[in-house]
Design a protein around this ligand. Structure first.
Ligand code: SF4
Ligand code: SF4
Ligand code: SF4
Length: 368
């Protein structure tokens, strides 16, 4: 499976969050005194458009919940969106990306029964996760999250997304071992990146740790993960399983409906006043009076022109069809040009492509 096969309309539910992760990409801690949820009429309208293929002509095939906060902080939005999507498309696949700290057992049970795939963000054992991802009172909550993971996993498919900090860069096998003990079969590891600050400008390195160290550690852990029957991916390898000329779903584009009424195609651009370099991904705006979404066709065409054959460096790259430009959000963040490349990330991606198999077409999930 390649990344662009995940044709998902994403509802970015709320910027409210019950954790205060030390590296939070969305700077959620800064938002809590003015936290809000997505307007429901905007979310439903965006879901309907996406399932009908408006405006790109490419129909969304699944519904996904993510957020610049924690989506389950507003279960009412999630429940109503799921009901609506399944009225339009019975049996619609639904995915949730969550920090796993649900408000109560009822929510955990509802999620287990109604969500098709649940990705937990969890950075390893409590000794690390409690430090990286404390709650709003500074308390570690790993034990509660592991319990919820168990409840959800008993009824539905569960993956874990790990932000790999320095402690595990060279020992990703320890993470594999830990998640194997929890019974997890889908593991996506990513090196920590810098936060996206609203309204920020300037070309700043996206990387907060060595990409090559991460790549070497990932390759060492790969065989162990596969021997345990895991699907094992990261944000650089997400096209290794199947050749493609599309870097990721942001270039179809697949819509992400943001809490502030903007429409984006990238997980990194979650507000209309996002970092300037990420604004090419903001391609629509909710009109609350007319109750329609106005789409920017010029931006859509620009995203759709981002294809392997039109990228000067990638089209000549030996692993071009197994990367196709990779995560262009990171490229845009750092260079302001989605057609550019990041040499440090390219070197790490090419290293991994030499050490782990390509083109097997056997993974059933891609990077969340
Ligand atoms: S759970 Fe997500 S949104 Fe909340 S603080 Fe952690 S990284 Fe940020
Ligand atoms: S040049 Fe870099 S970004 Fe482009 S395909 Fe190769 S590894 Fe990927
Ligand atoms: S963060 Fe990267 S992989 Fe995710 S949607 Fe944005 S460009 Fe695509």
């Amino acid at each position: 499976m390649k990344h662009c096969d995940k044709k998902a309309v994403t509802v970015n539910v709320t910027n409210r969050c019950n954790l205060r992760c030390v590296y939070c990409m969305a700077c959620a801690g800064d938002e809590q005194d003015k936290a809000y949820s997505i307007p429901l009429d905007f979310a439903l309208s965006g879901i309907r458009d996406a399932l009908e293929g408006i405006p790109s002509g490419i129909k969304a095939e699944m519904l996904r919940f993510f957020a610049p906060g924690e989506p389950t902080q507003d279960m009412s939005v999630i429940r109503q969106c799921v009901d609506y999507a399944r009225q339009i498309r019975p049996g619609c696949i639904v995915e949730l990306q969550t920090n796993g700290l649900f408000e109560n057992d009822d929510n955990a049970k509802w999620i287990a029964e109604n969500i098709s795939v649940v990705w937990f963000s969890l950075d390893g054992p409590a000794s690390t996760n409690d430090r990286n991802r404390p709650d709003a009172f500074g308390k570690g909550r790993t034990a509660d999250i592991e319990r919820y993971l168990g409840i959800v996993q008993s009824r539905t498919k569960v993956g874990v997304r790990v932000t790999v900090t320095d402690e595990f860069l060279d020992n990703q096998e320890a993470l594999v071992e830990y998640y194997h003990r929890l019974g997890v079969k889908f593991l996506a590891l990513n090196p920590v990146i810098r936060p996206v600050k609203r309204g920020e400008q300037g070309l700043i390195s996206v990387n907060a740790s060595s990409q090559m160290r991460f790549a070497k550690g990932f390759c060492r852990a790969f065989k162990m993960a596969e021997d345990y029957g895991m699907e094992f991916t990261n944000s650089m390898s997400f096209n290794f399983d199947e050749p493609t000329n599309v870097s990721c779903r942001s270039c179809l584009p697949m819509p992400q409906l943001n809490p502030d009424g903007s429409v984006s195609s990238c997980d990194m651009a979650m507000y209309r006043d996002t970092k300037d370099e990420l604004k090419p991904f903001i391609y629509g705006e909710w009109d609350a009076e007319k109750k329609i979404i106005a789409y920017d066709n010029e931006k859509i065409a620009h995203l759709q022109s981002h294809r392997l054959e039109s990228l000067p460096k990638c089209s000549k790259c030996p692993i071009g069809k197994y990367c196709a430009g990779g995560c262009i959000g990171r490229i845009a963040y750092q260079t302001g040009d989605v057609n550019s490349v990041l040499p440090e990330i390219c070197a790490a991606t090419i290293y991994m492509a030499k050490h782990i198999p390509l083109g097997r077409m056997q993974y059933t999930q891609t990077h969340p």
